[in-house]
Design a protein around this ligand. Structure first.
Ligand code: C2E
Ligand code: MG
Ligand code: MG
Ligand code: MG
Length: 283
């Protein structure tokens, strides 16, 4: 996939665009340059099976290495890009990196998946679906090795259209997850109709579950809800052994968080796969 090719013809038109906001313009221009000049990097954070204590996959998380500012976290640019047409080439870049890296790891013998995050407008974008098909073929990666994470608001924005679009993605074998579950509003009536396999409990509930009884109730109820609907559950933001243990007690399926590892560049993730207590070591 060539980001340059995709960037040609991208008109950054946005009805909400404020022409008097230089920061907005600067970010957009700088980001177009970032894709062109390879300032973007996908970091990878492992996800652990709470029964086996072994890695099952990584989540790809975007980083922007700005030549002057340094590393820019996604919260500082994704919300802006999401409101423009640039979100398409950006997500294509992430998708290509996720698929390419997953194919490399699998060829090296690691039985893992890679998850990527989708923005609202990506979900119903037919171009993205075509690109996804093309990339899976190009890298010879089975669809089930890729996961896509969406938030509740992304889906509930236009649930009928999202449902139709998600069915097409799921038909490729791609595993769908609801990210940050509990923070948005979502209709359970839609949730059960969606081709989703996993709920990821938002880290705000997980991080405080030992000190805030309400948060523990939310975590526990979400695990039960998910299991009753036949879904698996990932807890995000697992920072301590105590929380890891408590999640196990509540029969949560998987854990992701700083306790296990911070998001890291692909080369570090490869070393981590070979050396960590959470991975099986050499395949
Ligand atoms: P997310 O998808 O919910 O990703 C999890 C975030 O939690 C990541 O932040 C990760 O670094 C952070 N995290 C993981 N474990 C812990 C922990 O134990 N403690 C704490 N305090 N934080 C933890 P990050 O990388 O800054 O990404 C923030 C958000 O930006 C993501 O939330 C996702 O919504 C968005 N994002 C990141 N990469 C992409 C991308 O490629 N495309 C899109 N559309 N969104 C992305
Ligand atoms: Mg995510
Ligand atoms: Mg999340
Ligand atoms: Mg989040």
């Amino acid at each position: 996939y060539h980001a340059k090719r995709a960037l040609k013809g991208v008109a950054v038109y946005d009805p909400e665009f404020d022409p008097h906001s230089p920061t907005r313009l600067e970010i957009m221009g700088a980001l177009r340059r970032a894709i062109r000049e390879s300032q973007l990097e996908l970091y990878f954070q492992p996800k652990i099976d709470l029964l086996t204590h072994r890695v099952t996959g990584f989540e790809g998380l975007l980083r922007w290495h700005h030549p002057e500012i340094g590393t820019v976290p996604p919260v500082d640019f994704i919300p802006i890009v999401e409101k423009s047409n640039l979100i398409y080439p950006l997500t294509c870049w992430v998708m290509a990196e996720s698929i390419r890296q997953c194919a490399i790891w699998r060829r090296e013998g690691h039985d893992i998946t890679v998850a990527m995050n989708l923005s609202a407008s990506n979900v119903t974008d037919e171009r993205l679906l075509a690109e996804l098909r093309q990339l899976l073929t190009q890298y010879d990666l089975p669809g089930h090795c890729l996961e896509m994470e969406l938030t509740e608001s992304t889906i509930m924005n236009d649930p009928e259209r999202a449902l139709t679009a998600l069915k097409k993605i799921a038909a490729l074998g791609v595993h769908l997850s609801i990210d940050d579950f509990g923070t948005g509003y979502s209709s359970l009536a839609y949730l059960k109709r969606l081709p989703v396999g996993t709920l990821k409990i938002d880290k705000s509930f997980v991080m405080d579950m030992l000190i805030d009884e309400q948060d523990e109730i939310i975590v526990n109820s979400t695990i039960n809800l998910a299991h009753n609907l036949g879904l698996s559950v990932v807890a995000e933001g697992v920072e301590s052994q105590e929380i890891y243990q408590r999640l196990q007690d509540h029969k949560c399926d998987s854990a992701q968080g700083f306790l296990i590892a911070r998001p890291m560049p692909a080369a570090d993730a490869t070393r981590w796969l070979l050396n960590s207590q959470w991975s099986g070591g050499l395949p």
